[in-house]
Design a protein around this ligand. Structure first.
Ligand SMILES: *[C@@H]1O[C@H](CO)[C@@H](O)[C@H](O)[C@H]1NC(C)=O
Ligand SMILES: *[C@@H]1O[C@H](CO)[C@@H](O)[C@H](O)[C@H]1NC(C)=O
Length: 392
């Protein structure tokens, strides 16, 4: 076992620029994966170096994702789940200003949330509940063999559920069309009691409920990077073509790096930063928000926001927010040293209210986590919206 020093010298001799970005030495991930995980999920290896499999049907894709074996799964093209499990009858009610017929959503009575008259609706069963992904999986979307045909892999009508699992890598795919008319109709990616999860270059759109839903049971070492939360919808709970259901971060002890994501056309929960979540939100672009971005009623939630661009945002932080937060400015950026081992990058606001919170009492909680490097807002402002989503 070489000493840390010797390993460092070895790494520097081969890849000085990579090492300068503070990437720790890692176990092998499959060569079908582009790049390597950064931030809190730096240790994620997914299916490791298992021989890749190439499912061509939704049945095979499901089989591989739910098997007990480590798998590296490469998908290519569209996997259309809509209608594949039939439909089911549910109760719904009109809980918002507008109904599905005029740009809104109805609320399914899934958790008995209806306080007004309910009526029967028929929903798509496949979208209602995602695929229960098992541990040690890598799922990577690839473009067609013809290089100039850009048809990023999409899963219409099916989300992914990561529950009580560890080491998952999901890269370069789209998840869309999950009963968007109905709240509770379908989450794109839900996580509960997980660890070492890296989600990269994923586009989520037209969800019934959350783009990302973190359950109460803790999710340790999660990184979501280069992903496109596409909130544009014809079915908006806020009746304005923006989705309310962005990222629900409410776990009791979650650690999440939220890096270089493009959060577009939302009106709430972007994120809901609550529970006992520790969040590092860095180099994201938040654009065109019709309501509020950050909300959350949990006093134990903590977040550093640095190097982000906030553009055309109704309200950056909801007045009811109860957690602790640090928004980096040119003036206070140096204080991050004790949390991140480096200074922060300042956030940028354009037609957006500031993120005027500078709590530092929680900085010690970043101890022991891998911290991703940050670029300046100038360097990421145009790049992030272009590169986010299934663009590899
Ligand atoms: C959490 O997941 C682990 C497996 O990773 C399992 O053993 C444990 O029972 C789960 N805990 C809960 C509360 O579901
Ligand atoms: C500023 O942002 C708000 C909220 O997204 C938007 O409605 C408004 O049109 C923006 N104003 C300009 C001048 O772009």
């Amino acid at each position: 076992m070489p000493s840390t020093k010797a390993t460092l010298a070895w790494a520097l001799s081969f890849a000085p620029s990579t090492f300068a970005a503070a990437v720790p030495v890692k176990r092998a991930t499959s060569s079908v994966v582009s790049g390597a995980p950064v931030g809190f999920a730096s240790g994620a290896t997914g299916g490791g170096d298992a021989t890749p499999v190439y499912p061509t049907t939704i049945a095979d894709l499901k089989k591989y994702l739910t098997s007990k074996d480590p798998q590296v799964i490469v998908i290519d093209g569209q996997y259309n789940f809509v209608g594949s499990e039939g439909t089911q009858k549910e109760q719904a009610c009109n809980a918002y200003q507008c109904t599905p017929e005029n740009g809104g959503q109805a609320l399914l009575n899934t958790v008995n949330g209806c306080t007004t008259a309910t009526y029967d609706v028929e929903i798509d069963t496949a979208a209602y509940q995602g695929i229960q992904v098992q541990s040690h999986k890598t799922l990577v979307g690839k473009n067609g063999a013809t290089l100039n045909v850009l048809t990023p892999t999409a899963l219409p009508g099916k989300g992914l559920r990561l529950v009580s699992v560890s080491s998952i890598i999901i890269q370069n795919l789209k998840i869309t069309n999950l009963n968007p008319e109905y709240v509770w109709g379908g989450d794109a990616i839900s996580l509960s009691n997980t660890s070492d999860v890296w989600i990269d270059h994923v586009e989520t759109s037209l969800t019934g409920r959350q783009h990302y839903s973190f359950g109460v049971d803790p999710n340790h070492y999660v990184t979501i990077s280069n992903s496109f939360v596409n909130g544009a919808t014809k079915h908006s709970a806020t009746c304005d073509a923006h989705t309310y259901w962005g990222e629900e971060m409410v776990g009791t002890d979650d650690s999440i790096t939220w890096f270089r994501n493009y959060v577009y056309k939302t009106s709430g929960r972007s994120p809901a930063l609550s529970g006992g979540t520790l969040l590092h939100a860095v180099n994201n672009v938040f654009e065109d928000n019709a309501g509020h971005l950050v909300e959350g009623g949990g006093a134990g939630a903590r977040g550093i926001f640095e190097g982000n661009v906030f553009k055309d945002i109704g309200t950056t932080v909801d007045a009811g927010f109860q957690g602790k937060m640090f928004g980096a400015t040119a003036g206070n950026a140096g204080e991050c040293q004790t949390a991140l081992g480096r200074g922060c990058e300042a956030n940028e606001f354009s037609n957006a209210s500031g993120l005027d919170r500078a709590d530092t009492g929680f900085f010690k909680d970043f101890n022991g986590f891998s911290i991703v490097g940050a670029g300046s807002v100038q360097s990421i402002r145009d790049e992030v919206p272009k590169g986010a989503g299934a663009t590899l």
